[in-house]
Each structure stands twice: as structure tokens, then as C-alpha cells.
Ligand binder design. Structure first.
Ligand code: G3P
Length: 227
């Protein structure tokens, strides 16, 4: 099971990598445009994120829309970011042609903006490592995003295309994340706030309050002061 952080904000990334067992960081053009500080260059921001992620995976997306431009973008991104980088390419007809060539050339590729099982299967046949459906966007089309992602994962397993993982993205609720994972999705990318939500449970907080009450009424100081 892989958890990725969906952000290009170096402060959020630094804190999240310290706090959570993350497998890496995912970015896309919208996230970079949102998180890039004024006066900072894209190259410097990506370089800073690469330094923070180290040997963990970093996902960066092409910005061209034609096959030739996508291939050019992907090669430059892969050269710039080095090992442990997956290049995100939208699941468009031009994108599939680029995925096929780049995967054959040995780059790690993620098919992104995947909305159907057909797109996920074609991406897997192109040799991509990940196919990324956008759960909330699917939900907003009344398409039941977690079920679509589960169907994609099941189709890949059924057809033996197991070198490709479904990397579910775009979550608004913990229930969406947990439904995806319970249904066989093996990678998710979420915000730092969603990680905190997933890790927090009222039952745990109640137990801790009970521990504190029972301990402090008897001892009034921490165990580190008593051993
Ligand atoms: O990678 C795609 C993902 O970042 C989209 O998420 O939150 O913009 O719906 P969101």
C-alpha cells in the first residue's frame, strides 16, 4: 500500500515527510501553479521538492498536449529530476502515444486524468507504472469514483496487467479514500489535511483522555520522570 502527498508546497512537504510514512510526492501543473511562491522558478521549486523527497518517488507532469511535446517535456523532466521520478501524462490519444514510447525507453510513467477502465487498460498496455483516476471529479459526474477506481484495479488484476497500479487522487472525504483502499486500490495521493483526518479517530482520543486521567490522579507526573 502506497501513500503519496499531493502538494508542491515545500513547507507542507517537509512537515508531512517528517510526520507520515509517505512513499513520495505527486504534483501536477495546477498544484505547481497554486503552490509556487512569487519570484520562485518552477525549476527551483521542483529541485527543492526533489531534495526533500530523496529516494522517495516524485511525480511531475508534462504540460504539452501533443505527443512530440509530451515526449520532449518528459525527457527534460526525467533528466532534471533524476532517479525515483514518475512522469505524469494525461490519458489523451496523444498521451497514449507518448506513454508507449517513453515507457519503452525505460522512463517511469503515470497515466493521469484517467476516467475509464478502458483508459486504465490501454495505459497498462503502454507499460505505465501508475494510472491515476480523480475520485472527486468522478463523483461530481455522478460516476461513483471509488467504484470506478476499484473496477480499474480489478480489471488490471483480471487481465494480468499487474505492473500497473491504480493511484487514486482527488479526495474530499476519508470515506472516499477508505473505500478505494478497501476495494483493492494500492496507491493513493492525498493532501496533508487528509492524512491528519485519516489518522485521527475520536475513540483513540477518548482512550488517551482516560489514560491521562487514571495516571495523573495517581502519579501526577510523567513516566519518564519515574524510571
Ligand atoms: O493529481 C490530480 C489531483 O491533484 C486533483 O485533485 O484536489 O484538484 O481534485 P483535486
Amino acid at each position: 500500500m502506497q501513500y503519496f502527498l499531493d502538494s508542491a508546497d515545500v513547507d507542507i512537504i517537509r512537515t508531512a515527510l517528517e510526520c507520515w510514512p509517505l512513499d513520495g510526492v505527486t504534483t501536477n501543473p495546477a498544484i505547481l501553479a497554486r503552490d509556487l511562491p512569487e519570484g520562485q522558478t518552477v525549476a527551483a521549486q521542483l529541485d527543492a521538492i526533489r531534495s526533500l523527497t530523496g529516494s522517495r518517488l516524485l511525480f511531475a507532469q508534462v504540460t504539452s498536449s501533443d505527443t512530440k511535446g509530451m515526449i520532449r517535456d518528459a525527457i527534460k523532466l526525467a533528466d532534471f529530476l533524476g532517479d525515483n521520478t514518475s512522469i505524469k501524462i494525461p490519458a489523451t490519444p496523444d498521451g497514449f502515444a507518448a506513454m508507449k514510447q517513453l515507457a519503452a525507453d525505460g522512463l517511469s510513467i503515470t497515466a493521469t486524468a484517467v476516467y475509464s477502465t478502458s483508459q486504465a487498460l490501454l495505459a497498462a498496455k503502454c507499460g505505465v507504472d501508475y494510472a491515476a483516476p480523480y475520485i472527486s471529479h468522478l463523483d461530481n459526474l455522478s460516476l461513483d469514483g471509488p467504484q470506478v477506481a476499484a473496477d480499474m484495479a480489478e480489471e488490471l488484476r483480471f487481465h494480468g496487467l499487474t505492473q500497473t497500479q491504480i493511484l487514486a487522487a482527488s479526495f474530499r472525504t476519508a470515506a472516499q479514500v477508505e473505500r478505494c483502499i478497501h476495494s483493492g486500490v494500492t496507491a493513493v495521493t492525498v493532501t496533508a489535511d487528509m492524512l491528519t483526518t485519516l489518522a485521527t479517530h475520536g475513540g483513540t482520543a477518548k482512550e488517551c483522555a482516560n489514560f491521562d486521567a487514571k495516571w495523573n490522579v495517581r502519579f501526577g507526573k510523567g513516566i519518564a520522570e519515574m524510571i
